[in-house]
Design a protein around this ligand. Structure first.
Ligand SMILES: CC(C)(COP(=O)(O)OP(=O)(O)OC[C@H]1O[C@@H](n2cnc3c(N)ncnc32)[C@H](O)[C@@H]1OP(=O)(O)O)[C@@H](O)C(=O)NCCC(=O)NCCS
Ligand SMILES: [Zn+2]
Length: 284
């Protein structure tokens, strides 16, 4: 059995009646195992589980292999020196089937996902699956960047056409190593709020007129700490609505995670001089 995310102690269940299963040799002792790096729980004695874990582990740590045909390039960054990871320096190996990526010199790109090209939408949805598992967030919040012409997937609530938006991927070494999805917010909906950074409380009665909602932002484990998320935020700020200047504070967060809160504080928190509080723009 495969399960992602934090392992919970399962409550003992009554033995189900059914056909007996033959257990050979070491299989008897095999228990679900949780990988400490990608958090996937799986059975090391089941061949399909091993293969599924290798795929999940590789994507979680190193990003998704990305075709150069996918996405419109909106920004490029050249790297003349190998990347140093300050906060996290995980290696991709040693997991069967997982291959290391080269993060040496080269050109990084940020690409915007086109709603009309199903192959890049599908590849992005694969990443979103891992992102939502890590954040323990709902899997059906993609309608605004997929639009009406995305792939045929019943789990996407495309009928909820409340807003429009976009998805951007950060490409390094032939892989998408980071992703951001943003939705365009309608001012009349008054979804903006200020969150006090220290207490996570919302300031009552104030509705900042935010323009973009950061639905998801994620960087694969191995590439964290290299300002990829900051670059993705900047790309989304400049390229989601062409011709409109969006201030940093007009980009709002949706229930930031612990590391998301730190990123928000660094990227677009504001000081409120009267109270001395640091505030983060959020939306509901
Ligand atoms: C949050 C996340 C996207 C940050 O990606 P990243 O590329 O490492 O972020 P950046 O390097 O651009 O961070 C910019 C600044 O934000 C702050 N910051 C970001 N993540 C931090 C962390 N885990 N710990 C401390 N500070 C952090 C730092 O001030 C950092 O600047 P510095 O490294 O020069 O000090 C990444 O950790 C991630 O994918 N986490 C899992 C998914 C998630 O929680 N997403 C947020 C949902 S709201
Ligand atoms: Zn793993």
């Amino acid at each position: 059995m495969i399960r992602a995310g934090k392992s919970k102690q399962s409550t003992p269940k009554r033995k189900a009646l059914g056909q007996s299963r033959l257990i050979f040799g070491k299989q008897r002792e095999a228990k679900p195992f949780q990988c400490l790096e990608c958090s996937l729980s799986y059975s090391p004695s089941v061949i399909q589980d091993i293969a599924a874990h290798a795929k999940h582990h590789d994507l979680h740590l190193c990003g998704k292999r990305w075709s150069p045909k996918w996405g419109e390039v909106v920004q490029s960054f050249s790297r003349s020196i190998p990347v140093k990871h300050r906060r996290n320096n995980n290696d991709c190996g040693p997991v069967t089937g997982a291959k290391e990526i080269c993060t040496g010199a080269g050109t990084d790109q940020i690409v915007q996902i086109s709603k009309t090209r199903s192959s890049e939408v599908k590849a992005t949805l694969e990443i979103m699956h891992i992102v939502n598992e890590e954040l323990q967030a709902p899997h059906d919040e993609n309608h605004f960047w997929i639009g009406d012409s995305g792939i045929n997937n019943n789990t996407q609530r495309r009928s909820l056409k409340s807003s429009d938006g976009s998805a951007f991927a950060y490409i390094r070494g032939g892989r998408a190593v980071g992703i951001i999805t943003v939705e365009i917010l309608n001012e009349v909906d008054e979804r903006g709020r200020w969150m006090i950074c220290d207490s996570a409380h919302v300031v009552p009665g104030v509705r900042p007129p935010v323009k973009l909602g950061i639905s998801r932002i994620w960087v694969c484990k191995k590439e964290r700490g290299g300002h990829i998320a900051t670059r993705l935020l900047e790309a989304a700020r400049h390229h989601t609505i062409s011709g409109l200047e969006i201030a940093k504070w007009e980009m709002a967060w949706s229930q930031p995670s612990e590391s998301g809160g730190k990123l928000a504080k660094s990227y677009n928190s504001v000081n409120h001089p009267k109270s001395g509080n640091v505030l983060i723009p959020c939306y509901i």
